[in-house]
Ligand binder design. Structure first.
Ligand SMILES: Nc1ncnc2c1ncn2[C@@H]1O[C@H](COP(=O)(O)OP(=O)(O)O)[C@@H](O)[C@H]1O
Ligand SMILES: [Mg+2]
Length: 252
């Protein structure tokens, strides 16, 4: 069974960065094959991994809905959509990547969504780990039919606002019908010692802190130069912190 790792949290706190560094950890430690899933319509996990993606699952859905008769003759709809899906899947040497893209509009997308979901379920089975970069509301995750997440990382920066978003998402989880193996908080751009007010808020949420990631200037350089986080040095602050968290969390 593949293990599903997901990140969630407020925008801008470092979810995509953490997801990319987790893909880096898994592949460098031979915990592959890994599928990176970009499930945030505004996201850029591909770019962060050095792979700017133009085609998304959402595009397939929209194109099909715009022109349902556009299926080549002699092909049934399921085969056609599956063929298109295979074109959206990006296969890199170290990992594969799929970008979910826009979510469906208001029309009836049930048939095409069912095919897409089934494809995703089947695809997932080929990997040891799935790393899912989510939008704050986690809609994509909740739509997966199996709906299980083994490890959920609730990401916040060192701010009470970030933590409140974690609290909100934590509160949402019951409604989302997700089965979650375990979850914990990761604090990004964290000082060496977390302050009392912050820790009191964490205690109120009632989730463990799985780890902290310090402010890392290398991340800005990589971002500016559009370099892949796969190429970060092992001893970069954020890489070392992510590796430490992953070692701890995967051991349990
Ligand atoms: N630990 C960190 N130290 C310094 N900069 C960071 C850190 N984590 C993320 N960033 C930077 O913050 C910005 C937003 O990060 P990102 O991962 O895209 O956030 P999110 O996915 O939550 O919106 C990016 O420019 C990223 O390089
Ligand atoms: Mg992001």
């Amino acid at each position: 069974m593949s293990k599903v790792i997901a990140v969630a949290g407020k925008g801008g706190v470092g979810k995509t960065t953490l997801a990319a560094l987790m893909v880096r950890y898994l592949t460098k430690n031979n915990l592959s094959p890994v599928l990176a899933v970009d499930a945030d319509p505004n996201s850029n996990l591909g770019e962060t991994l050095g792979n700017p993606v133009t085609k998304t699952v959402g595009d397939i859905r929209e194109n099909f809905m715009k022109d349902p008769q556009g299926v080549p003759s002699g092909m049934d709809k399921v085969n056609y959509i599956e063929m298109m899906m295979n074109q959206v899947l990006i296969e890199e040497k170290e990992y594969d990547l799929i970008v979910m893209g826009r979510q469906e509009g208001t029309g009836c997308y049930c048939m095409v969504n069912n095919i897409l979901h089934r494809f995703m379920e089947e695809l997932s089975k080929d990997y040891k780990y799935l790393v899912v970069d989510n939008e704050a509301g986690m809609e994509h995750l909740s739509r997966r039919t199996s709906g299980n997440v083994d490890l959920l990382f609730l990401v916040t920066d060192y701010s009470l606002r970030g933590l409140r978003a974690v609290k909100r998402i934590h509160g949402l989880l019951d409604e989302l019908k997700l089965t979650i193996g375990s979850m914990g908080i990761v604090v990004t751009r964290a000082p060496e010692k977390l302050g009392q007010a912050f820790l009191a808020e964490v205690e109120d949420i009632g989730l463990p802190i799985w780890g902290t990631i310090p402010d890392d200037g290398d991340l800005m350089d990589f971002d500016m130069e559009r370099k892949s986080l796969m190429d970060m040095k092992d001893n970069a602050l954020s890489v070392h912190a992510t590796d430490t968290i992953m070692e701890k969390v995967l051991k349990n």
